[in-house]
Design a protein around this ligand. Structure first.
Ligand SMILES: [Zn+2]
Length: 308
């Protein structure tokens, strides 16, 4: 039987129970006053409605999450989430619109809210560490149609016209971390490396000149000379990060040119999440869907910023 025929993808009560098992893993908590374990179910009304014994307010598991105030049934949200995380390069809002029978606009908001859920919360510890090798590289996305065929000026200083710059770090055999950066220069890249890469790491980059001073802050820095056609030298290469960018670019397809720079970080959160929860690290489609749902709490304000 297909996983997609599971009840929580089709039935609202089953969907609520599925989500409650994830969100209330440490006990039912009241999103209004924070009280744990002091609530009771109110039967016969909306599925999942509870009342807090401490503050007397009513709530469901959706309150305080990216699903709050949505008119879309929870089982469709769960299906949307599953479809998004089970495809390596993601799924477009158009596909969600067709698969779930919601409007394109609704599908767009749903996918963005779920990407927000996939974004890491709080400050992350640095990547890498003693004996770890981390590859760093930049790529560009978007840009106006007329500039799309302009030569990528990556290695000639910056200024790929109208494009947005993405800087990513990936630990070999480990996780990726991507950020939208305003420019690709020693200042912006240096700040990311300082904040997010452990100084005892080995750093691998191409030979773009901004990396020369930046690499001195780490245990080792190897730069493959892409400018003269060198791609591998011993274990010096940037194949891992380039593989990641290739998934990212195929997944973005033609989407990004229609999106403002503000949405790029959410797309990146989605791609980073899928990569970091990948099969090779022991995560299957189900685990990945559950991991994404764990991120829905406390992100409600963020989605309001992009509209409901
Ligand atoms: Zn309460």
């Amino acid at each position: 039987m297909s996983i997609l025929s599971a009840p929580h993808f089709h039935d609202e009560t089953a969907a609520i129970e599925f989500l409650e098992a994830i969100i209330y893993a440490d006990g039912v908590f009241c999103p209004k006053c924070g009280n744990v374990g002091e609530s009771y179910k109110i039967n016969g009304q909306r599925p999942g409605l509870r009342c807090c014994k401490a503050c007397r307010k009513q709530f469901t598991v959706k309150v305080g999450t990216v699903f709050e105030d949505s008119h879309v049934p929870l089982h469709k949200w769960l299906m949307c989430n599953y479809l998004m995380v089970s495809s390596k390069k993601g799924i477009s809002s158009h596909q969600i619109h067709r698969a779930l029978g919601v409007t394109y606009k609704t599908a767009w908001f749903m996918t963005h809210r779920l990407r927000e859920a996939m974004a890491p919360g709080g400050v992350l510890p640095p990547l890498g560490g003693n004996g770890k090798t981390v590859e760093a590289d930049e790529t560009f996305v978007g840009g106006k149609e007329k500039n799309k065929h302009a030569k990528d000026r990556k290695h000639q200083g910056r200024g790929a016209v109208g494009k947005e710059a993405v800087f990513s770090l990936v630990e070999r055999g480990g996780k990726v971390r991507s950020q939208h950066v305003p420019a690709v220069n020693a200042h912006t890249l240096g700040k990311v490396l300082n904040d997010q890469l452990h100084t005892s790491s080995r750093l691998m980059t191409d030979d773009a000149r901004q990396y020369i001073p930046l690499g001195r802050g780490f245990a080792d820095h190897q730069a493959v000379k892409h400018s003269i056609g060198e791609y591998v030298r011993g274990d010096a290469h940037t194949n891992t990060i380039e593989g990641y960018f290739s998934i990212f670019k195929r997944g973005m397809g033609g989407v990004y040119q229609h999106c403002s720079a503000d949405h790029l970080k959410r797309y990146l959160a989605g791609f980073d999440f899928r990569y970091n929860e990948r099969e090779a690290l022991g995560t299957n489609d189900n685990d990945r869907a559950v991991a994404a749902l764990k991120g829905i709490v406390g992100k409600r304000l963020t989605y309001r910023r992009i509209g409901a």
